[in-house]
Design a protein around this ligand. Structure first.
Ligand code: IPM
Ligand code: MG
Length: 354
């Protein structure tokens, strides 16, 4: 049996993970993978039950699993809690606790959705890029101070720290991934200003020597942000630090038309975790209109990377392609002339297309 821990989390996390589990069960019937599902809480939902956004028991269960499927966490209700109790803390606990050092965020443009992108069709058509974001280091995890007085004035600070081994392992993964894609890596940093970025660039150049058949270029993050919308087709694999990856992956999701379609894989030393890149969308939670495709595609990545089942992953991706080609659209990607469907309905259609 292959044990999958499902963590629905908060808001639409509940609905979209339910959809993805339905699809996984259907895939299992067809491909005989032997999937077994077990559920844990995280975020606000866990705080309400256990007084903490992530219990040790939940983290332990993830460590023992073959893969983790995660929905989303967060909501207004918990925004005023102290930092260590906030829902986001669950994500950081899982990332650090499972050693999820690499976050893979692919952006694909579906020909059927080319008009959903706010960017010109001829500009985005055919783009296919992968952001490889460092996920357990940098300013997200460096020492910080929420508030202190300096010369009688209140200040706060965060710290960007990267070590050579941390940069090496993410860079290697990016190059290895580029080798099985189109053989191009763009490393994004701010080496003209930041010391941690200068080390980043040096280490990336060193690692690149072991991959002579992969083409490497460097971009400053401000220019990278501009290039992503000016000419996204120039990119294959983008490797970058935690915070730049966070920002650029939201930007890149626009190329594909909707953040609701974007999956991600967080590759770990122990178990890997799969989640859509969007948040918990409390404004539409419980309405049955959320787009589950990002989560379903994340489940496909789980099959591919954690269970080595490319066949089953491909089947899910094809089923989504067909659903879009047949004109079904959730609210986030709906335009006139298409068939508007809710979360359950689109899940049903995807299952039937498997
Ligand atoms: C993401 C999210 C998280 C992050 C938030 C929810 C803490 O934006 O996964 O991109 O910043 O990493
Ligand atoms: Mg983000």
């Amino acid at each position: 049996m292959k044990k999958i821990i499902v963590i629905p989390g908060d808001g639409i996390g509940q609905e979209i993970t339910a959809s993805a589990v339905k699809v996984l069960k259907k895939v299992d019937e067809k491909f005989n993978i032997g999937l077994e599902f077990d559920y844990r809480d995280a975020g606000g939902t866990s705080y309400e039950k256990f007084g903490t956004p992530l219990t040790d028991e939940a983290l332990d269960a993830c460590k023992k699993a073959d893969g983790v499927l995660f929905g989303a966490v967060g909501g207004k209700k918990w925004d005023s809690l102290p930092v260590h109790l906030r829902p986001e803390k669950a994500i950081f606990g899982l990332r650090k606790g499972l050693g999820l050092f690499a976050n893979l965020r692919p952006t694909k443009v579906y020909p059927e959705l080319i008009n959903s992108s706010p960017l010109k069709p001829e500009l985005v058509g055919g783009s296919d890029l992968l952001i490889v974001r460092e996920l357990v280091g940098g300013i997200y995890f460096g020492p910080r101070c929420e508030s202190e007085l300096k010369d009688g004035v209140e200040q706060a600070w965060d710290t960007e720290i990267y070590s050579v081994p941390e940069i090496e392992r993410i860079t290697k993964l990016a190059f290895e991934t580029a080798k099985i894609r189109r053989g191009k890596v763009t490393s994004v940093d701010k080496a003209n200003v930041l010391a941690a970025s200068r080390l980043w660039r040096k280490v990336v150049n060193d690692v690149a020597k072991n991959f002579p058949d992969v083409e490497l270029s460097h971009l400053y993050v401000d220019n990278a942000a501009m290039q992503l919308v000016l000419n996204p087709k120039q990119f294959d694999v983008i490797v970058t630090n935690n915070i730049f990856g966070d920002i650029l992956s939201d930007e890149a999701s626009v190329i594909g038309g909707s953040i609701g379609l974007m999956p991600s894989a967080s590759i770990g030393e122990l178990t890997s975790l799969y989640e859509p890149i969007h948040g918990s969308a409390p404004d539409i939670a419980g309405k049955g209109i959320a787009n589950p495709m990002g989560t379903i595609l994340s489940a496909a990545m789980l099959l591919r990377y954690s269970l080595n089942r490319d066949d089953a992953a491909q089947a899910i991706e094809n089923a989504i392609d067909k659903t879009l080609a047949d004109g079904y659209r959730t609210a986030d990607i709906f335009t006139d002339g298409f068939k508007r469907v809710g979360t359950d309905e689109v899940t049903e259609i995807i299952c039937n297309n498997l």
